[in-house]
Design a protein around this ligand. Structure first.
Ligand code: NI
Length: 275
């Protein structure tokens, strides 16, 4: 894909640490401690509803992986990411991003997208990236291969409809399934995790969300938040100008990996773009 330098650094950059204890799950039960159900059915190499688009097919769509010429690969950068939206809180976050000419990545859920398609369209118009967080926030290790494909395909279709945008990244709900061979072979997209978990969905506290970021942020961080809460939007209003003031570029996940020459490959998972 254009914008990606060929490289061999992928393996050393893939963090093999255990799956984080939790990811925000405000749509059903809180999932503290819930991770992949480590069943290992036989992988089916024939699965794959999402073939690589030909250049002709994708020519009219925004190129999510094209490096923005205003990004300086030599300067530090951070990818703020937001899961489980869009929602009304997303609008407030987009206002901040627009004000500071910053980008972020939104891993959208289909049931929310059906309610707020115009918000996702606005995010795309501001240069933000849209990732797939499944139609109904499903745990990939607890549904069939056909259901996985349906969950991903429906969101792809909705985003295409809402914003003429072609999704290139998936974030599995709960971070589940990133080490499950069947899941990885079925999803056929890069699986994007995170290096900073703000736990905003649990605390609903602006100050602790800010502290989680301040404590661990570095060049190449992927920050996990949820664009469902006013407390999170308030944290964004503070952290965006603060990070910019510290010299960080606020970029999308694809922009960050492209700028660092790290290819994002289907079936691999990524927690960060630093060692
Ligand atoms: Ni989620």
């Amino acid at each position: 894909m254009e914008g990606y330098a060929a490289g061999t650094r992928t393996q050393e950059l893939i963090d093999v640490a255990p799956t984080p204890a939790s990811e925000g799950q405000p749509l059903s039960q809180p999932s503290s401690g819930q991770v992949a159900d480590e069943t290992h059915p036989t992988p089916d190499p024939n699965v794959g509803r999402q073939p690589e688009p030909t250049p002709e097919e994708s020519a009219d769509l925004p190129a999510a992986t094209e490096l923005d010429p205003t990004i300086d690969p030599e300067k530090p950068m951070v990818a703020l990411t937001f899961d489980d939206g869009p929602s009304k809180a997303t609008t407030r976050i987009l206002d901040v991003l627009e004000q500071y000419d910053a980008h972020a990545t939104f891993f959208v859920v289909g049931t929310q997208l059906e309610k707020f398609p115009e918000i996702t369209a606005r995010a795309v118009s501001l240069g933000c990236e849209i990732g797939n967080h499944t139609y109904g926030h499903k745990n990939f290790t607890k549904i069939s291969k056909d259901e996985i494909l349906d969950q991903i395909g429906r969101v792809n279709d909705l985003v295409l409809q809402a914003a003429e945008y072609e999704i290139r990244l998936v974030r599995p709900p709960y971070g589940a399934g990133i080490k499950d061979e069947t899941v990885k072979a079925t999803v056929t997209y890069p699986l994007i995790m995170w290096s900073i978990d703000t736990l905003d969905w649990s605390t609903r506290d602006t100050q602790s969300t800010l502290e989680a970021i301040r404590k661990d942020v570095q060049d190449g961080s992927i920050v996990l938040m949820h664009d469902l809460y006013d407390a999170t939007a308030a944290a964004v209003e503070t952290i965006v100008p603060e990070l910019i003031e510290q010299g960080y570029q606020l970029v999308t996940v694809s922009e960050m990996f492209a700028a660092k020459g790290i290819p994002l490959e289907a079936g691999n998972y990524y927690r960060k773009a630093h060692k």
